[in-house]
Write a protein that binds this ligand. Structure first.
Ligand SMILES: NC(=O)c1ccc[n+]([C@@H]2O[C@H](COP(=O)([O-])OP(=O)(O)OC[C@H]3O[C@@H](n4cnc5c(N)ncnc54)[C@H](OP(=O)(O)O)[C@@H]3O)[C@@H](O)[C@H]2O)c1
Length: 322
């Protein structure tokens, strides 16, 4: 009886050791050195991952040097260079894939091909891999070309690379780009132009929550593999968003439907127009209470504004990525 008890303790200790060791494996982080990248890294660290166990991938040595100075693991690689990917993946058992191309005005059609190269490099290794991917919510009938590419990346991992465990985090409207210079100065001056009717519910996602949930999924004992999870921390109408800005900045802010901007988008900016139509028509919801229960927290819009220092008028979008 005593021997059996001892054996059970040894087995438990052994399992604990295996878990502890696996938690030391590196997590490759792809596409998190751009405008929204630093918030992703903050979220991954908040989830319990150590900066030195994150291996942030970039083509740009100067960005990596900056991250190394902050204690992050890094690797110089290019998604279009298969040899560099094999090296980048060495010692990794998890990957958070935030992006495979730049978030450019003109859609970069390399997104799916770059994902295929990464998945191929993963499938050639013996180590099992869990990938968590930054995708986007949306009904099939409403999603534009940008979101369709993200669905194609989901399909690719799920159907062409079944040996890779895959979790899709479908983000809603990111809060962070509201800091960009084509929106923030006008909002601070009192006008929040958002081309949807004032009472339309908008699901909002803080980018840091993508990193946080990804980190939790990668470390989870309860599996999130082969799951699609919609991610949002708040749901507000444009009028309520404007009110939250006003409250945080301490100066008035009103929502404007932006009729001229809508016409301009329809005529000249295809992917912006697709997003406007989507936001006007989508009926997809995200269960925020469920997310809080499963992952412990998600960020409300008010918290996002406070945490990001919105009220400090000297700060810019670029400051968020430092
Ligand atoms: N849900 C929403 O509302 C919303 C809003 C905005 C963005 N997004 C999505 O969020 C993601 C990131 O947006 P962002 O604004 O942070 O993008 P970004 O500033 O353009 O950054 C792009 C990232 O992709 C990496 N990358 C591009 N090509 C690469 C290659 N060949 N090899 C390796 N890395 C490569 C870049 O790395 P290096 O240049 O350092 O190599 C960088 O880390 C995108 O998928 C975008 O669609 C969603």
């Amino acid at each position: 009886m005593k021997v059996g008890f001892l054996c059970a303790i040894i087995v438990l200790l052994h399992c604990h050791l295996i878990l502890a060791l696996s938690s030391q494996d590196a997590v490759l982080v792809v596409g998190a050195t751009g405008g929204t990248g630093k918030q992703v890294l903050n979220g991954l660290v908040q989830s319990g991952l150590k900066p030195k166990n994150l291996r942030v991938l970039s083509r740009d040595a100067s960005k990596l040097k900056f991250l190394e100075e902050q204690g992050f693991g890094t690797v110089k690689a290019d998604l279009n260079d298969c040899d560099s990917l094999a090296n980048a993946l060495n010692g990794c058992s998890g990957c958070y894939l935030h992006s495979t191309v730049g978030d450019t005005k003109e859609l970069d059609s390399n997104e799916v091909l770059a994902a295929r190269k990464l998945a191929t490099a993963m499938s050639l290794r013996e180590t099992p891999m869990h990938v968590v991917y930054n995708s986007a919510v949306g009904e099939e009938s409403l999603i534009g070309s940008r979101k369709q590419q993200k669905r194609a990346v989901e399909d690719l991992f799920e159907n062409d690379f079944p040996s890779i465990d895959f979790t899709s985090l479908r983000s809603n409207f990111f809060m962070d780009p509201l800091w960009k210079k084509y929106t923030r100065p006008a909002i601070l001056a009192g006008k929040f132009t958002f081309c949807v009717p004032p009472d339309t519910p908008i699901h909002l996602t803080a980018v840091a929550d993508m990193g946080f949930l990804a980190g939790k999924c990668l470390q989870s004992i309860k599996t999130t593999k082969n799951r699609t999870i919609n991610v949002s921390g708040d749901v507000l109408t444009p009028v309520e968003i404007a009110a939250a800005f006003a409250k945080c900045q301490g100066t008035p802010c009103q929502h404007s439907k932006g009729t001229t901007m809508a016409i301009m988008s329809r005529l000249f900016f295809k992917s912006l127009w697709e997003e406007i139509v989507f936001l006007r028509k989508t009926r997809i919801t995200t269960d925020i209470d469920d997310l809080k229960q499963e992952f412990g927290k998600v960020t409300s819009f008010e918290e996002f504004l406070d945490n990001s220092g919105w009220a400090d008028t000297s700060r810019t979008y670029e400051d968020l990525s430092r």
